[in-house]
Design a protein around this ligand. Structure first.
Ligand SMILES: Nc1ncnc2c1ncn2[C@@H]1O[C@H](COP(=O)(O)OP(=O)(O)OP(=O)(O)O)[C@@H](O)[C@H]1O
Ligand SMILES: [Mg+2]
Length: 243
């Protein structure tokens, strides 16, 4: 059952800090993402993006602070049921086939028509020819396609994607962008690639050294630079503290 939460918020981080032993990863990080929001999580290497996503799925717990997903704690059943997560360097079960991975995760997720849903992703992501192949034999890009399908199989209301288009060829990137575009819900996407942030989302949360840096729309971000300046230059300036 939903326990608490600010009205209209889907993802809430309130004064969250997290260290790995002595290595600080997040330092008093707070932000909200509204229901239905499409947000990119931007930050330099080591900023704490993947750590944030791992906290949101409940695989890590914050040292201090509070996290809510649609009003529930990330490690609650309610939260786990509504979240779909694509990890950085996702590795599906290597000894199972592509179809077995989809049917197994689909069944665990309580998907009503697992076979139909499996067929949908096999066709949608051009995996049909590999359906009987063990995942250990797939190329990196085809493994990523399967990982994306596994994150989406239960039509999650809250989608957390860590570098989702890594390893994908350009036609597949376009397919995945179309697929995500059609999927309702709240999306938070960690990426380094501004063109991907622009295609998949309309707003940005920027963090650096585990701390909140900036939040706004991609339009507002673009307007911080001169008209002919690439948006990457604006972002680089902000991340290095030059503006
Ligand atoms: N398992 C771990 N053990 C120790 N330190 C870790 C671990 N995972 C992450 N860290 C450290 O926590 C900090 C944040 O790492 P995180 O992976 O969240 O960053 P990131 O923003 O996702 O970076 P990247 O853009 O390189 O993917 C870094 O200093 C990193 O070295
Ligand atoms: Mg990362």
């Amino acid at each position: 059952m939903a326990s608490s939460g600010r009205p209209g918020a889907c993802i809430e981080l309130t004064h969250v800090s997290k260290s790995y032993g002595k290595v600080p990863a997040l330092n008093d990080l707070s932000f909200d993402i509204p229901v239905g929001g499409r947000y990119s999580l931007l930050g330099p290497n080591g900023a704490g993006k993947s750590t944030t996503l791992k906290l949101l799925i409940g695989s890590l717990r914050p040292d201090t602070g509070n996290i809510r997903i649609l009003g529930s704690s990330p490690d609650s059943r309610d939260s786990k049921a509504v979240v779909g997560y694509l990890p950085e360097d996702a590795l599906p079960y290597r000894m199972l086939s592509v179809r077995e991975n989809l049917e197994y995760i689909g069944a665990l997720r309580g998907v009503p028509d697992v076979k139909g849903r499996t067929d949908f992703f096999l066709d949608e992501l051009d995996l049909r020819q590999y359906e009987k192949a063990n995942v250990g034999r797939l190329s990196r890009g085809n493994t990523q396609k399967l990982a994306i399908a596994l994150a989406l199989i239960h039509s999650p209301k809250v989608l957390l994607l860590d570098e989702p288009l890594n390893y994908l060829d350009i036609p597949t990137q376009e397919k995945v962008i179309g697929l995500l575009d059609r999927l309702e819900g709240t999306h938070l996407v960690s990426t380094h690639i501004m063109s991907i942030a622009n295609r998949l989302t309309d707003s940005v949360i920027m963090i650096s050294k585990g701390m909140f840096l900036w939040e706004g729309t991609i339009e507002e971000l673009r307007n911080r630079g001169s008209p002919e300046e690439p948006i990457e230059k604006v972002v680089a300036r902000m991340m290095t503290g030059a503006s």
